[in-house]
Design a protein around this ligand. Structure first.
Ligand SMILES: Cc1cc2nc3c(=O)[nH]c(=O)nc-3n(C[C@H](O)[C@H](O)[C@H](O)COP(=O)(O)OP(=O)(O)OC[C@H]3O[C@@H](n4cnc5c(N)ncnc54)[C@H](O)[C@@H]3O)c2cc1C
Length: 378
């Protein structure tokens, strides 16, 4: 038994949903508690999804992806998140370099780097943030100095998901002083001399999704690994932010759905007087509305129309819903809500990061205000 949403998944979307559910039941759910407790990243679980194309659902078949519509991708991400938010982050982040390469790389680069990111032979990561530049990404300082045949990178990147475990990193670094036009993007192999991995963060949630530093010390990267033109790096990074925001919305929706389902399945265990069921009814209605909006975004992505506004709206509302639903669920369960073995506290901890990643929710509001202003400019 599970909560119903409309429209029901059909065709490929249903097939992907069922396959992800089955893989999640085998490779994620039985380990979720222990992975969280041990902060354990299991590469073999990622490979189980990647080997069936589920880490590259929309990437064209020519490069090894499934070439399916975005609704299938978002369905896969929601379902992975229901079983393990940490794995959803790994799979979502693995799609960012794929998207950037598809949009900006030359044909040789696409053929070399995209297939391994699709079939699980390599895991991809995205490294934009630095200790002094998060929301204001354009103020990054990691330097890429032009030298014969390439660039020498120096500097420290931080908060990179899957750092140390990923094989290919899309790294944004400064090639010139100009704030926005002085950034370039590079694809960097894990084993490149001059790249090492710094401290791994211990954090509130997403315990099974490693988060760490990349330290570049005179790290030579050949020009053939620059993605896009010199100075196009911020565009390369931002091209993936709208896409990434919709993915965060999809996983937030998955987390909210999982929480409501778990709570309802165990509702008899709740203290009736202490439980405001009407609050959960409102969450159910908001979840349905967001699922519908996610389909609108999927359709826009398939038609290649701009999604900046939709992406900000979805990311803001879905991550806030995930946080609210999990907060109320923990409260509704009373002391059982905070017991690790009941797993509700993990869903609650995992929800928080969704309000921060891919641009904080305050930044989503800034984006929306800017779009509203634009609409009324003469
Ligand atoms: C779990 C996790 C995974 C991550 N993975 C990655 C990754 O793989 N790759 C990567 O590059 N980065 C990653 N990040 C970093 C993430 O993208 C940044 O944390 C985020 O962009 C915010 O930047 P910041 O941390 O520097 O916060 P800050 O920019 O310092 O913001 C601090 C606070 O100030 C607010 N604020 C900042 N500017 C404004 C403004 N102009 N108006 C109003 N409020 C403002 C923010 O909303 C926030 O509340 C990850 C972060 C987390 C938590």
């Amino acid at each position: 038994m599970a909560l119903l949403f409309y429209p029901e998944a059909v065709g490929e979307e249903r097939r992907i949903r069922d396959r992800v559910r089955s893989l999640a039941a085998q490779h994620l759910r039985p380990f979720a508690l222990e992975d969280d407790a041990l902060c354990r990243f299991r590469r073999e679980a990622f490979e189980a999804f990647a080997s069936e194309g589920l880490a590259s659902v929309v990437t064209p078949k020519t490069y090894g992806g499934l070439g399916l519509p975005y609704a299938c991708y978002y369905m896969a991400m929601s379902e992975i998140a229901r079983a393990s938010m940490s794995m959803a982050v790994t799979v979502g982040v693995n799609n960012l370099p794929q998207g950037a390469l598809l949009a900006y790389a030359n044909e040789d680069q696409k053929k070399k780097y995209i297939p391994p990111l699709c079939n699980g032979k390599a895991i991809g990561a995205f490294s934009l943030s630095e200790p002094g530049s998060g929301s204001d990404a354009a103020s990054l300082r990691t330097k890429a100095e032009a030298k014969a045949g390439g660039y020498v990178l120096n500097g420290t990147k931080c908060w990179c998901s899957t750092a140390g475990h990923a094989d290919l990193y899309l790294v944004m670094a400064r090639t010139a002083e100009h704030k926005t036009g002085g950034i370039s993007a590079f694809i960097v192999d894990k084993d490149t001399p001059g790249l090492r991995f710094g401290k791994q963060e211990s954090k509130l949630g997403l315990a099974a999704s490693p988060l760490g530093e990349l330290i570049f010390e005179d790290c030579f990267i050949p020009t053939s690994q620059r993605i896009g033109g010199e100075g196009q790096g911020l565009g390369v990074a931002l091209s993936q932010l709208d896409a990434g925001r919709i993915v965060i919305a999809a996983v937030g929706i998955g987390l909210a759905e999982e929480t409501l389902n778990r709570l309802w399945a165990n509702f008899s265990a709740l203290t009736p007087e202490a439980t405001d069921k009407n609050q959960f009814a409102e969450f159910y209605a908001r979840l349905q509305a967001l699922k519908s909006l996610l389909h609108v975004a999927a359709d826009a992505k398939d038609r290649n129309t701009p999604t900046t506004t939709l992406a900000a709206q979805l990311k803001l509302l879905s991550s806030d819903l995930a946080m609210e639903v999990t907060t109320h669920a923990v409260s509704a369960l009373g002391p059982r809500g905070v017991l690790v073995q009941n797993e509700m506290e993990r869903l609650f901890r995992d929800a928080k990061a969704l309000q921060i990643v891919e641009g904080t929710n305050q930044i989503q509001k800034l984006v929306l205000v800017r779009e509203m202003d634009k609409a009324f400019k003469p």
